[in-house]
Design a protein around this ligand. Structure first.
Ligand code: ATP
Ligand code: MG
Length: 394
């Protein structure tokens, strides 16, 4: 007997009422895309509220083949957990034999059987299946049942046509399949936070398009390469990525020369307002419904509530900040988990440091910022930056 099947469970999708079919199709599509991208041969079916992937006969059952599949599935957002399973007919004797096969040769003392009936026409209840199969294990393998402190578990899923049995569950990210919530534009800086905030947007079903502001050629090409590498890493969650690289140096210089003396403190807030205006235009072009940033309250000078308010006023579209309540340590841990941390900590300089103020305003009043902007041709600066955008597909 071979673990030729992968039983995939999704959690939240089941709760979404009328949207259920739409969510299931999206998840199915994403699983197929992810496996095909790695040239895995398979057949995917929806059976009784779960997905079952039938692997190719030649699939390497050893660590190599299954490890690769696990790596892929683990990153498909929307999957709650999956298991490598053996399929048998929906007959109690076949189920008993398969359960014995699964536990034979395993080193354990106590066990439990956990049956789930997706097909209520099966003549035994879940509890009866647990007892019948359990008795057989006790008789054949001389082991004891322990429902709470067990060393081994056999999970039996009875579907309309077959039963699937397995002993191990692999937990996944959960969330909603990428794409079901629509599109967003994420401001990605190359720092630690914005890749994590982009991930959280994906986790709630958003397809993410990236926008990065840079001062190349005044700053090195490395910062652009760095953002591409980060987006490539994030692509394992959404399969393809698009980055808008926006040249920002001319705009920064214009703000710089208009903010001498007492107004110097407002530069960062002004830069951020222009970033949002440009991102809002990208949203229009992409038909995206919101902007995502990696802000967390109070982390740096520009992220006080007062500044966030003044910055947000620059555009009409919703700005979502998935990290707003996170501590830096929590963000770092998540960045390590999703694989972006090691790249994010590499030294980089996305925008010219000489344009930065020494003491940024922490409570930038909207009236003052607007007064400064009166001396700038806001629309033209935005249009100029947009006309020089370079779009890179990853
Ligand atoms: P990060 O680690 O994401 O850079 P941060 O804590 O360094 O965040 P800031 O540098 O103030 O904070 O940036 C706040 C947010 O503004 C970022 O999370 C990002 O969403 C956006 N942002 C900052 N710089 C850029 C940039 N060069 N291009 C695109 N977005 C940017
Ligand atoms: Mg930053």
């Amino acid at each position: 007997m071979k673990f030729k099947y992968v039983v995939i469970h999704y959690a939240e999708i089941a709760l979404k009422g009328n949207n259920r079919g739409f969510f299931e199709d999206a998840l199915k599509n994403n699983i197929e895309k992810a496996l095909k991208k790695e040239s895995i041969k398979f057949l995917l079916k929806k059976i009784s509220g779960r997905f079952v992937v039938e692997l190719d006969e030649e699939a390497d059952e050893g660590e190599k083949g299954y490890k690769k599949i696990s790596e892929i599935l683990k990153n498909v957002i929307g999957i709650a957990h999956f298991s490598y399973a053996i399929k048998c007919p929906c007959e109690i004797d076949a189920i008993k034999d398969t359960a014995v096969f699964l536990l034979s040769g395993k080193n354990f003392n106590t066990f439990r059987i956990s049956a789930v009936r997706a097909d209520k026409k099966f003549p035994w209840t879940s509890q009866q299946i647990n007892e019948i199969v359990g008795e057989r294990i006790i008789a054949d393998l001389k082991k004891n049942v322990s429902l709470k402190n067990f060393d081994a578990e056999v999970i039996i899923e009875i579907t309309t046509r077959s039963a699937f049995l397995y002993t191990k569950k692999f937990g996944c990210i959960g969330g909603l399949p990428v794409g079901v919530s629509g599109k967003v534009v994420s401001l990605i800086s190359g720092g630690i936070d914005s890749p994590v905030s982009s991930f959280y947007a994906m986790k709630r079903g958003c397809e993410v398009v990236f926008v990065h502001f840079h001062s190349f050629p005044y700053t090195g090409i490395e910062s652009l390469e760095k953002v591409k590498t980060i987006v490539k890493i994030l692509d394992k969650f959404q399969f393809e990525g698009k980055i808008y690289f926006v040249p920002f140096a001319d705009l920064q210089r214009e703000i710089f020369v208009n903010t001498a003396g007492e107004f110097e403190r407002f530069r960062i807030v002004l830069y951020r307002r222009f970033m949002l205006r440009i991102a809002e235009k990208v949203c229009e072009k992409e038909d995206a419904k919101a902007i995502i940033t990696g802000d967390a309250i109070g982390q740096v000078a520009s992220q006080t509530l007062e500044n966030i308010k003044t910055i947000s006023e620059a555009c009409l579209i919703s700005i979502l900040r998935p990290l707003i309540g996170f501590d830096k340590e929590e963000i770092i841990n998540k960045a390590k988990e999703i694989g972006t941390y090691e790249i994010s900590i590499l030294p980089h300089c996305d925008t010219c440091t000489r344009f930065m103020p020494k003491h940024p305003a922490t409570k930038a009043k909207i009236e003052i910022v607007k007064k400064i902007e009166k001396n700038l041709d806001v629309e033209k600066l935005v249009e100029d930056a947009l006309s020089k955008v370079e779009i890179v597909e990853i």
